[in-house]
Design a protein around this ligand. Structure first.
Ligand SMILES: C[S@@+](CC[C@H](N)C(=O)[O-])C[C@H]1O[C@@H](n2cnc3c(N)ncnc32)[C@H](O)[C@@H]1O
Length: 298
């Protein structure tokens, strides 16, 4: 398997033995250190930043590491889509964005629905190890963890004797306080309502009888496809053989930007996702294709 995992295409659930995950690996110092010190284990980094991924890929290649993998996706959806329950050995979260303002706390990586998904995918006796320089974030995470009723919780200060990254060692030597929180899963978490999406094996094009295409009907529309599912179209481009519709689908907060292709043929019109758009194939994406076909036929 390649180091980079395309979560939209890879076969799920992911099968990588002895797997540990780092959420938000940034420069990659920590995951690379873990991988070098534990060649018998595998490590997957989940990151949103493309630059971080590029840096890690270069480093892994240069150092010839075969036990590091990475994917670019929001951590919640990465865990939700990629792993089966009780699969991961340990999870690491180092200095995640603390989102200081109260109104932004819902974006924190340790809100109940996120921590619930992380806990579900963790093996019993596996640990979520959090490091932060923000004590308010540690407290918030501890409180969330308590509500799930599935962890033994250990809290403390990070010590110089622990495996540290270059920056941590520097911060500690400067006298900065660094905190750690270890959440050991001892039973299954209490259920928390959480966002879901349904992936499908295949997306099917929709064929409709030939009509004259009215661009006004399909551009700049906003449609509700279901509970917390919204589909928006923007600009429509006309080409020689049909049209391309700039589209956005939001499913419970999972966003996809892509193009829908409308091919005008002699015997009818075919609506499909453009082959140039890399998408996660979901039930609602199929609905979006059907909706465009419906709009064209109306
Ligand atoms: C403050 S940096 C810390 C980076 C690194 N762990 C370290 O200790 O230097 C937080 C990192 O988490 C990533 N991140 C934030 N939210 C994320 C999410 N929901 N899913 C995946 N990565 C995320 C950011 O892109 C960023 O690289």
């Amino acid at each position: 398997m390649h180091c980079f995992i395309n979560y939209k295409r890879v076969e799920k659930p992911l099968r990588i033995p002895n797997l540990e995950v780092e959420i938000g690996f940034g420069r990659g110092d920590f995951i690379v250190k873990l991988a070098k010190e534990n060649p018998e284990k595998n490590f997957l980094g989940i990151e949103l930043s493309g630059i971080s991924l590029e840096k890690l890929l270069k480093r892994v290649k240069k150092e010839g590491l075969s036990n590091v993998f990475c994917t670019r996706v929001d951590a919640y959806w990465g865990f939700y889509l990629l792993f089966e329950d009780n699969y991961l050995e340990n999870i690491y979260m180092n200095y995640p964005d603390p989102w200081f303002k109260k109104r932004h706390h819902k974006r924190r990586l340790t809100t109940p629905e996120r921590l619930y998904i992380f806990a579900k995918k963790l093996k019993t006796f596996g640990e979520i190890r959090v490091r932060s320089d923000n004590y308010d974030f540690i407290e918030f995470t501890k409180e969330t963890a308590e509500t799930l009723e599935c962890f033994e919780i250990e809290e403390g200060r990070l010590e110089v004797s622990e495996p540290l990254t270059k920056y941590e060692a520097k911060w500690l030597s400067m006298g900065r306080e660094l905190y750690k929180l270890v959440l050991k899963k001892v039973r299954e978490p209490k259920f928390v309502e959480h966002p879901r999406i349904e992936e499908v094996k295949e997306l099917f094009p929709v064929k409709i009888p030939k009509v004259s295409v009215d661009k006004e009907k399909i551009q700049n529309t906003e449609l509700k496809l279901g509970d917390k599912v919204y589909f928006k179209t923007f600009k429509v481009w006309e080409g020689e053989k049909g049209y391309l519709i700039e589209s956005l689908l939001s499913e419970e907060g999972y966003y996809q930007k892509f193009f829908i292709e409308v091919k005008v043929k002699d015997d009818g019109i075919v609506v499909d996702v453009s082959p140039f758009s890399e998408v996660l194939r979901t039930r609602n994406l199929q609905k979006a294709i059907e909706k465009v076909a419906e709009l064209l036929s109306s």
